[in-house]
Design a protein. Structure first.
Length: 444
């Protein structure tokens, strides 16, 4: 019979006709979920209904993973997609590409459920937030390539403390924006940046829905580099704002947080330099004063004179002790001579022996006392000599120092003692040099 076709051929014609039929693709269907089943493959099969009809729907795994809420039976949703016809079974269904709760109440409920879930996991805790590096070399930015956000960030950073800006272009609103933002964060972490700014230039609640996506929040928390969120909607923080390490009301503020003020850093450096100069000046003044003190008190001529005076003192005392001992011996002999005429020989002999013993003891004690005195004086002189050698300016000159003397040989310890045209002598370790003062400068 003419015109006869097989079932397969008929179903194929239906599939082709539906595929080109206007109004059956890229449409949004609103309905209540009456059945909801997740297959082991990850695909979701559900039924949408209204007061008088039902529609079988398919939500493939890739689309299901992008949902920002958890669907449930009885929930009214808006499903975006198109007709799908399965030829082998001749079954018609609606292929859902994206889905969201329908109505403000349902959207708010879904957002509250997600917020509670992420809060329970600790993704908003302050303890897990990391500090932004003080001097970032590379700042990564996830935002639209053509928006004003990237320009504001570049302008602000260049004025404050220039850093390399690396843009990861991303879709920041509409279908697939959340996945695009996640790819940008992952790419910047793979390349290696010091800090990441994620944001856009404000918008309505629907425009900012991508920043309330669970997958974006988790990407922010998993980022190796600290993340600054700048969604630009200060009256109502997004979940991304809450999860980020730092929050900024605008992209310009985010760039301000990520960089330091150049002028302020220059002032800090100048302050440190001034402190270092003052410290070095103080050390120099203390060394100069100490050297001048040694120079005035421990001149070689004065040291030698002091040693000679002490030596003369020791010799004088030794002469005095020796004179006393000799006088004592002489007196003893005189006494012996006087007694010799009055005493008999035996008593005289005994007296002589006794006096000789006394004389010998006196002599030994005197010699011992003088020896100990000499030893103490010698040790004192040696210690003084060693100290003088240690503090001798000649030894100081041997360590690389020098000193200046004016025409009268007096040490110059202050610039105020000199005038242009003065002739001075510069003393060094192995000699001296004559010099003329050309210019006098004082510190302070």
């Amino acid at each position: 019979m003419s015109g006869e076709i097989t079932v397969s051929q008929f179903n194929e014609r239906v599939k082709q006709a539906l595929g080109f039929a206007p109004g059956l693709s890229d449409i949004t269907v609103v309905g209540e979920i009456s059945e909801y089943k997740v297959a082991s493959s990850g695909h979701v099969y559900l039924t949408l209904k209204d007061d008088s009809a039902a529609l079988s729907c398919t939500l493939f795994r890739s689309a299901a993973s992008r949902l920002t809420f958890k669907p449930a039976v009885g929930m009214v949703v808006a499903a975006f997609g198109g007709v799908s016809f399965y030829s082998p079974r001749g079954s018609l269904s609606f292929n859902i590409l994206g889905m969201a709760p329908y109505g403000k109440g349902e959207l708010q409920k879904a957002l509250e459920e997600l917020t509670a879930k992420l809060l329970k996991e600790g993704l908003f805790d302050a303890e897990r937030k990391r500090p932004v590096p003080r001097y970032p070399k590379v700042i990564g930015v996830v935002t639209s390539r053509t928006g004003a956000v990237i320009k504001d960030i570049i302008d602000t950073a260049s004025r404050r403390f220039p850093a390399d800006i690396l843009l990861a272009p991303a879709q920041v609103q509409g279908e697939g924006a959340d996945a695009s933002i996640v790819r940008g964060i992952e790419l910047l972490n793979k390349v290696g940046v010091d800090v990441i700014i994620v944001g856009r230039g404000g918008g309505s609640a629907d425009d900012l829905s991508a920043f309330n996506s669970e997958m974006v929040v988790r990407a922010v928390c998993a980022s190796k580099a600290p993340v600054i969120s700048a969604v630009g909607h200060a009256t109502d923080k997004s979940l991304t704002d809450r999860a980020a390490d730092r929050y900024a009301e605008t992209p310009t503020m985010a760039a301000t947080i990520a960089t330091q003020e150049k002028e302020g850093e220059e002032r800090n450096i100048e302050s440190l330099e001034m402190r270092m100069v003052r410290a070095l000046r103080g050390v120099t003044e203390r060394m100069r004063s100490r050297f001048a003190l040694y120079d005035s008190r421990l001149r070689p001529e004065a040291a030698l004179a002091d040693i000679q005076n002490r030596r003369s003192e020791v010799e004088s005392r030794w002469t005095m002790v020796r004179s006393r001992v000799e006088r004592g011996v002489s007196d003893a002999h005189a006494s012996f001579a006087r007694a010799d005429g009055r005493l008999d020989p035996r008593r005289a002999y005994d007296t002589i022996l006794r006096l000789e013993g006394t004389l010998d003891g006196l002599s030994e004690r005197s010699v011992s006392s003088v020896s100990r005195l000499m030893e103490r004086r010698t040790a004192s002189l040696n210690a003084l000599s060693e100290r003088l050698r240690s503090d001798n300016p000649a030894n100081v000159l041997g360590r690389g120092y020098s000193y200046i003397a004016d025409g009268s040989g007096r040490a110059v310890t202050s610039a105020a003692m000199l005038s242009p045209g003065d002739r001075v002598t510069v003393r060094m370790r192995d000699g001296s040099a004559a010099a003329e003062i050309k210019e006098v400068r004082t510190d302070g």
